[in-house]
Structure formats: C-alpha cells, structure tokens
Design a binder for this molecule. Sequence first.
Ligand SMILES: NC(=O)C1=CN([C@@H]2O[C@H](COP(=O)(O)OP(=O)(O)OC[C@H]3O[C@@H](n4cnc5c(N)ncnc54)[C@H](O)[C@@H]3O)[C@@H](O)[C@H]2O)C=CC1
Ligand SMILES: O=C(O)C(=O)COP(=O)(O)O
Length: 623
Amino acid sequence: MSVISSWNLTISLNTTISLSWRSSLPSRASFPRPKKPKTLVVLATALGAKPTVLVAEKLGDAGIQLLKTFANVDCSYNLSPEELCTKISLCDALIVRSGTKVTREVFESAMGRLKVVGRAGVGIDNVDISAATEHGCLVVNAPTANTIAAAEHGIALLTAVSRNVAQADASVKAGKWERNKYVGVSLVGKTLAVMGFGKVGSEVARRAKGLGMQVIAHDPYAPADRARAISVELVSFEEALTTADFISLHMPLTPATSKMFNDEAFSRVKKGVRIINVARGGVIDEEALLRALDSGVVAQAALDVFTEEPPPQENKLVRHENVTVTPHLGASTTEAQSLYHLLDYLIWLLPFSLPLPSIGFIALYYDQEGVALEIAEAVVGALKGELAATAVNAPMVPAEVLLELSPYVALTEKLGRLAVQLVAGGSGVKFVKVTYASARGPDDLDTRLLRAMVTKGLIEPISSVFVNLVNADFIAKQRGLRLTEERIVLDGSPEKPLEFIQVRIANVESKFASAISNSGEITVEGRVKDGKPHLTKVGSFGVDVSLEGSIVLCRQSDQPGIIGKVGNILSEENVNVNFMSVGRIAPGKQAVMTIGLDEEPSRDALKKIGEITAVEEFVFLKL
Ligand SMILES: NC(=O)C1=CN([C@@H]2O[C@H](COP(=O)(O)OP(=O)(O)OC[C@H]3O[C@@H](n4cnc5c(N)ncnc54)[C@H](O)[C@@H]3O)[C@@H](O)[C@H]2O)C=CC1
Ligand SMILES: O=C(O)C(=O)COP(=O)(O)O
C-alpha cells in the first residue's frame, strides 16, 4: 500500500509562507490522481471577515460541512442567470456543477469580490476561463473523484445499447412482449474506439477489455506508455473511425473538439457503428448524428450529455427510437458525490479485527474522497491563500521550487513597490526590466512567479486592481506594461537560486533623482540575507536595509551628525528605526541614507527631515 505524501505551502498577501505535510492513500481510480504536492499555484488573497461561499448546485454534505468550518455557506440552487449575477457581488467563492453557466457577466457582476470558482467535477466548459483570469479569479476543479462513476456510466450505456435495454424496457412497460424485435449484438470480440484516453477513457478501456472487447484509442496527447500498460493501441482519428464497432467519447469540449463528430466523420465510420457519449454534447454535431441515425450509418447512440441541457422537448435525438438517453448522470453516484472516506471504513472494520493486509486492501478500495470534499478542500485552501493543486487558469509552480523561491517572492514584490513609488507622478510606467543574477543555468530557474510578483508590486500601489498569479500577465498587458526579463549567470555555487534581483524602470523621471542609475533608469536591487529580503542598491548607491515596514531614502552631502539629526526627529515622534545604512560615492561626497521604519512618520516629521541643511533630497516609501 503506497502512501502519497503532500506538502502544502501557504502564501498570504504579505507573502509569508507556511508549510505543512499531509499524507493520504491513493484513490480507487487507477489513473494517477494529481499529487497535490507536485503542482501548486499561488492565490494571494486577503479576506478579513468570514468569507461567503455560494453553492449554486447540489453538493454532497461532506463538502458543505467542510465549507461551513471556514465560511458562511449560501446554498441557493436553480438560480436564474440574473439572480446569480445579483448574488455574486456578495460572495468570495462560487461552487457549481455542470448546470450553471459562469459567464463573463457573472465575473463582471462580482465587482472584484469573487476570488475562486470551484467546479465540482471535471469539465470546465461551463466556466468562462478567460473572463475568470482577467478578473484575477482562480478556477479550480475536482478532476478525479468522479472518474470511476463516469467510466461505469459509459460501460452501462455501452451494454445497454448493445442489448436494447432501454427500448425493451419501455416496450414491456407498454404491455408488449417483442422478443424478436430486440435481438442485440454481442460485445465480445468487437472493436471499441475510446476517443480521449484520459482518466475516464482509460478506465472505460480497462473495463471493456474485461468484457472481451478489442480496445483501440485515439488521443493525440496521451502518452504511449499509459496505453501500452493496459494493452490498448493508440491510433489516428481516421483509423478509429474506420475500424470501430463501438465508439465511446471521453475528450473535453474545447474549440478543437467542438462538433468533432460531424457529417464528414460520420461518412467515414463503419456502417452500423454504435456511439456512446458521456463526455459533452458539443463534441457531436447533433444534426449530423440525427442524419447518420436516420440513414442507418449509425445503428444506435447512447447520450448522457447534450449541447443544450436539458434538451428541448422537441429534440429529435432524444425521441429517436435508436437513441438511449440519460440526464447527464455520468458523475452521479453516491460514492462519487459524497464522502467515502478511509477513516469511516477503518472505524467500521475495527470490531471485525480483520488482519492488517485486508484492512489495507479495503481502505485502498474505498478511499474515494468524493467530488464534494475534493472541491470544498480546494476552495477553502484557495480562500485561505493556499496553493491549489487543481488550478485551471494559473501556472503551476512545483512546491519544492516554491519553497526555495519564497523569500525571493517577497523580494520581487517589494522591489516592484519601491520602484514604482520612485517614479515622479507614479504613473507612465511602460518599460520594466527585471534582472535575475544567479549561478544557476538559465533552465534551472522558474521565474514566472517572480515576474508576477514584480507586476503586483508595480501595479497595486498606483491602482485599485487586485493582482495575483492568475491575472498578472493579463493586467500588465492591459496596462501596456512591457516587462522583460534578463538572466545574468554568475560564477559560484548554484546552491542559492538567486544572488540578486534588479528592477529597472526606463523612460521615466524620478522623484528621487539619486534612484536613476548611470543607465538613466530608476534602479532598485535587492538580495535575500538570512532568509529576509533586503534592498541593496538604489540608483548607483549601495545601501542595505531590510525590506519591512516603510523606508526613507535620503541623499545628503556626506558629513557627521546627519544620522543623529534624523534619528532625533523620528524618536520625538515615537517612530522606531529598525535598520539604517549609509552608502556613499566617496568620503566627504554624496551619500544615500536608507532608514527602515516600523511606523509611518507624520508629514511634519518628514518635512523636518527635508529641512536639515545637508539633506539634498529625500523620499518616503511604503512597502
Ligand atoms: N457525463 C458526466 O457526468 C461526466 C463527463 N465528463 C467529461 O469527460 C471528459 C473527460 O474527463 P477526464 O477523463 O476526467 O479528463 P482527462 O483530462 O483526464 O481526459 C481527457 C482526454 O482527452 C484528450 N483529448 C483532448 N483533446 C482531444 C482530441 N482532440 N481528440 C482526442 N482526445 C483528446 C486529452 O488528451 C485527455 O487525455 C471531461 O472533460 C468531461 O467533459 C467527466 C466526468 C463526468
Ligand atoms: O465532471 C464532469 O465533467 C461532469 O460532467 C459531471 O457533471 P455534474 O457535476 O454531474 O453536473
């Protein structure tokens, strides 16, 4: 019995990071479940009061209970699109299944409050992902808990069509006894083409092989070894169409798969083929399928999903005598939707005192978290500012990389904040260059997170937009901010991921002239020292101040007594100085004094600092 270990990292708005460990048993589905520790993403969010989660479709009780431990939960089902748009501005998270369309209007109506959309299931075609990203809203799904349910439903429909179960049932209930009319076809030895060899598709394939079928699969992105492992041959679309007796659909609905089964595809299938669709209605051109059924090219179809759900009353496919339909039931089993947890079974088994190996076996078999719990965990985690393993619209950063980069995450955001506050007027920032100096090879440093944090630091102090890893690139583009990255490869030990990071803003004037370096750009540079971000350069001046609280930068002609004068002004105001450093060009010439402050000084105190005779310019910067 193998154990999956997971590291959970937490990054809150002030970019402190915490790390916790959890372990769980593998799920019953044999397709590898996404290992939470391996693919994580940051959603920096700050929520003061208890957040509100709107559950817009029926969710298993285990999930609701988990949500309630952290949030106010509003279960409002069957909302009209208008009602959803009205409610959403009061919600921090929204949980839906396939029946709710989360449109651009929903994100716009949320007015920035909605931070997470949880899709309690796999398919995310009902969520406008671009709109979510533009609004900085993380979308998470529950990709594994309903795999077996969907695969079993596929098999149920496959066997039902082959033996006319639904039609024969209706006939008997209508008082008839038509044994000759409902002669079926056998599955054994027939070729099944699984279209989309992912989690559901591979489980269908495995089960179909158990029924004695010849299984082939078409999936341009599936790894060959996954197919080989269960003796399934990966074939082209053409070969799948022309050789299959049964075709079972298991690909997502995307622009590329939309109406993949159209007149052209039906013109190439084997006459009398039977089609099962437990994926999405939109992957079939329903009009074309109707024509293929009427002409006898397709002998039968079994459909769990439709382009429009529920399908209109007059839908000819639904009423077709060779079509078996179910109302999108693929994921609907008690086990898939609610908690079948390992612990419950261990407790249940205790009185039987079964030997350990059998407890292990049964526990492994029943460790089925359920969609409700899987999505509730993801949504609560995201609201807490933790990392979501099942994020759909944000780059994934491996946990180990994140842990190593965590102090640099804080550093980059603060350098961005400082740099933009040094711009005269604070706006007009268009060209930003970020330089990463490291002894590591260029391919050995994932800078996506750092780049997002520079963007956050640059944009948040001068606007009201919320920037996170989800929307950083979009917001930068929208504001015409061109951020380029440069790597400097240093000699030395690659143990540390980064030696220093520099942020430069070109083509702007600075309110602190000394911040302009010889290259004519506002330049700030920082390093991580003892795990803490430090500012180490402003313009061409070397400085050293820990980046916490706020800072005063002050250029003076280098002479004794200035530090004392500034210190006196601040101490009169009860402002604590946490760090101070002086960087000078040469003794007796100009120097830049950097003062780290715990509290914000009054305007009056800042004015007094400016009035010290030797002080040539100064600036107060908030971190
Ligand atoms: N009826 C129901 O209640 C349920 C329906 N589903 C549907 O089933 C779909 C598959 O679910 P999973 O297997 O969990 O997802 P998955 O992501 O594990 O597998 C999807 C597979 O489709 C493949 N694919 C993508 N484009 C393709 C193309 N053009 N041709 C062939 N294959 C292509 C992908 O490479 C991937 O291997 C979901 O997207 C969802 O729409 C899933 C669960 C329940
Ligand atoms: O998970 C999926 O993709 C499904 O289609 C299941 O949909 P449902 O949550 O049952 O509305």
